[in-house]
Ligand binder design. Structure first.
Ligand code: PHE
Length: 515
């Protein structure tokens, strides 16, 4: 039981506003995953060396800088952002096997090979607001996009998402309705409960009076409603067994994930808007083209050696180090990590992932297929086709993400030369969009497991490594703290990197103040 005094104290603790009253009563859900970052006191005079200018490193430098810390960020690339990267015409990419590509896109088109969508509840949104980064909606789910199953029957390979989605929902409701009517369910339902449940199933599944699935139009029309005598004809429902055998149901998992639910957002003009917003504020605190070659513990903290201007070896010292270098790269750098930290680092696995951008002369997906943004899915190696959520009806064509694969499919793509990746994406994608052949302009692909300074897409914790190794890597090793998406429970998201940075900043600051 909550006492009056307890309640008043809680309201006071939250600042006494109407929001505070609701929060104290537990009537509001948490607005964000972690508390606001308000560092009390100054870190003036404390030098922190930050390794990596991805969003974790940039956020660490930015937040510590607010509290007066003296931060230097070393970045191997010539740009900020790390995986938070936008490819535009002229962007060059060289993978670890030496294969080189240069992007050539239609005017105004871009491609985000890494992160490309942001859920509303992520801390990423707070930084967009803080920096005034313009954002727009990103369509993750478009029921007018396609599912394509290569295992499907000849008649049932390419379907609109709404056809598969509502047929599966309808047949499931139909089966359940049958079970309820026949009292086949071992539940204590009264007659009234049963009627209510049947009503609910009928409404939700689009069932007729006999509780059979019929397409009421939700699954699409064979003739669209218009004027005159054109009332519209709902398409015949897809056949349940064909849907099941074609594996169409398997594609629905993604959109039911907490982090993938509509609506989602993207910065206008490219996902790199956030790293550039950080970088503009940090200015010369970020040193580009500086690849870390050694990380050493010293009596006073840390010394980091790096390859600086014209390949010259340089070094820098600090009281603390925040290291955001992805583990597949970090474990190859000579460093004074404790044996247990090194052992944990070596056990953690990373995911492989690849995307292939395809530039086209014409926005045929919009003109011919009426697919305005969203994602088509398929069981082929390319896995997904993403239609741009910007530049609608653009006259100079556009860029699709013609493949977005993870795991084994990403390895298949990654092992190919860029030209063969493009050929694969065109061949498989043409089964969904026969227009591919006529409209193709150019391709640009990124396999993260072969991308220097990453050598992996994102961390892949297993129950064992999360239990045994995550806690080890979460503790500072002397003056060295690890940060990045891998050091969070929001893996493969910018929010994981940002939350991890904020967590390390909080802990480092508490330690400095206690010292
Ligand atoms: N965040 C990435 C994406 O949205 C990777 C990811 C995919 C993470 C699916 C979770 C689920 O594509």
């Amino acid at each position: 039981m909550r006492t009056r005094r307890d309640f008043i104290e809680r309201v006071a603790a939250y600042g006494g506003s109407a929001t505070a009253v609701l929060t104290a009563l537990d009537l509001l859900e948490p607005a964000s995953a972690s508390a606001p970052l308000a560092l009390e006191g100054s870190g003036r005079g404390t030098r922190v060396i930050i390794l990596g200018a991805g969003v974790a490193g940039l956020c660490s430098a930015y937040e510590l800088g607010k509290a007066g810390y003296d931060c230097t960020v070393l970045e191997a690339r010539e740009r900020p952002g790390g995986r938070v990267w936008t490819v535009r015409t002229g962007t060059r990419h060289v993978e670890s096997d030496g294969s080189a590509q240069t992007a050539a896109f239609p005017e105004g088109a871009y491609f985000n090979p890494g992160p490309a969508r942001v859920p509303q509840h992520h801390v990423t949104m707070d930084y967009y607001r803080e920096f005034g980064v313009p954002i727009e909606q990103f369509a993750n789910v478009n029921l007018n996009a396609y599912y394509f199953s290569s295992q499907g029957s000849a008649e049932l390979q390419r379907v609109r998402m709404r056809e598969a989605k509502y047929a599966i929902a309808g047949y499931t409701a139909e089966l359940l309705a049958k079970a309820v009517s026949q009292s086949a369910l071992d539940t204590p339902l009264t007659r009234e409960d049963k009627e209510k449940l049947l009503d609910f199933l009928a409404a939700n599944g689009g069932l007729n009076k006999a509780y059979a699935y019929v397409n009421d139009g939700a699954a699409g029309f064979s003739e669209l409603p218009a004027a005159g005598n054109q009332a519209g004809t709902p398409a015949d429902p897809l056949d349940l067994m064909s849907l099941i055998r074609g594996g169409f149901g398997a594609y629905f998992q993604n959109e039911r994930e907490f982090n993938q639910q509509p609506v989602m957002f993207q910065p206008v003009g490219g996902i790199d808007a956030l790293p550039y917003a950080f970088a503009r504020r940090l200015r010369e605190r970020v040193r580009y083209g500086c690849a870390v070659t050694e990380i050493r513990k010293t009596p006073g903290g840390v010394r980091v050696a790096y390859t600086g201007i014209r390949g010259r070896s340089e070094s820098i010292e600090g009281a603390y180090c925040i290291c955001t270098i992805p583990l597949p790269v970090l474990r190859t750098i000579p460093a004074d990590f404790s044996p247990n930290v090194r052992a944990s680092m070596n056990r953690v696995a990373y995911m492989d992932s690849a995307k292939i951008a395809l530039a086209f002369k014409r926005r045929f997906w919009e003109e011919d297929d009426r697919i305005m943004s969203g994602i088509s899915r398929t069981d082929q190696t390319i896995a997904q086709i993403w239609y741009p959520s910007y530049g609608f009806f653009g006259r100079s064509g556009g860029v699709l993400t013609g493949a977005y694969a993870t795991g084994a499919a990403a390895r298949t793509i990654g092992d190919l030369a860029p030209r063969d990746r493009s050929e694969l994406a065109l061949r498989q994608g043409a089964a969904i969009h026969p227009q591919y052949g006529d409209e193709f302009l150019s391709a640009f692909s990124v396999a993260w497991q072969k991308t220097p300074h990453n050598m992996g897409a994102w961390v892949a914790w297993t129950p064992e490594t999360r239990k045994n190794d995550y806690p080890v890597l979460s503790e500072p090793d002397g003056a060295i703290y690890l940060a990045g998406e891998h050091m969070s429970y929001i893996n493969a998201w910018q929010a994981g990197a940002l939350e991890s940075a904020r967590d390390v900043v909080r802990r480092l600051h508490a330690r400095v103040r206690a010292a």
